[in-house]
Design a binder for this molecule. Structure first.
Ligand SMILES: [Zn+2]
Ligand SMILES: [Zn+2]
Length: 173
């Protein structure tokens, strides 16, 4: 006799990376956390086909970082430049405090960025080391757009240092 109830395995990609290429159609379970200190802003940054040069990217990174810092101290802010739909332009913000992450999520979900509505969720990610594609860092990820791990685009060192300084001033950390 069949039973309408079943149990499904948890999707590892959703759990570790906060996004999975199957989206809502995934055959495994996507369980949204109810609390976390990390949020994901899906497809926030638009990468045109000819890419973004370093100064264009720094400008975007700075805008998003400063906005995120309004909610509380930020430990890290990571941008994906993957070519696939579920990771392209995703921004992950890891806050010091869960309450700040929750407030940031609720606020971002009421807003738009670059003329597009923002979609933001809490994510399980607590350690980016499990989520990052190391090969992309040396520019030789053979999976290219098929890669399901984060292809990270980093800001210039100067900008990163400036932003970290300004946030420690703001939050006295
Ligand atoms: Zn999945
Ligand atoms: Zn890769």
């Amino acid at each position: 006799m069949s039973n309408r109830f079943d149990s499904r395995e948890t999707c590892n990609f959703y759990y570790k990376i906060g996004a999975c290429r199957h989206g809502d159609k995934c055959s495994k379970r996507h369980v949204k956390p109810t609390k976390s200190h990390t949020i994901v802003l899906y497809n926030l940054i638009y990468f045109p086909t000819n890419g973004l040069d370093d100064s264009q990217f720094d400008q975007l990174y700075e805008d998003v970082y400063i906005e995120a810092c309004r909610f509380g101290p930020v430990r890290s802010l990571v941008v994906c430049e993957n070519g696939n739909d579920h990771l392209r332009g995703n921004v992950y913000v890891d806050f010091d405090r869960e309450a700040d992450a929750l407030r940031a999520r609720d606020n971002f979900n009421t807003r738009w960025f670059d003329e597009r509505p923002i979609y933001c969720d809490l994510t399980h990610i607590s350690d980016f080391r499990d989520a990052i594609c190391r090969k992309h860092d040396t520019r030789n990820c053979e999976r290219g757009d098929e890669c399901n791990f984060m292809h990270i685009r980093r800001p210039s060192t100067k900008l990163r240092i400036d932003l970290e300084r300004s946030q420690s001033k703001k939050w006295h950390i």
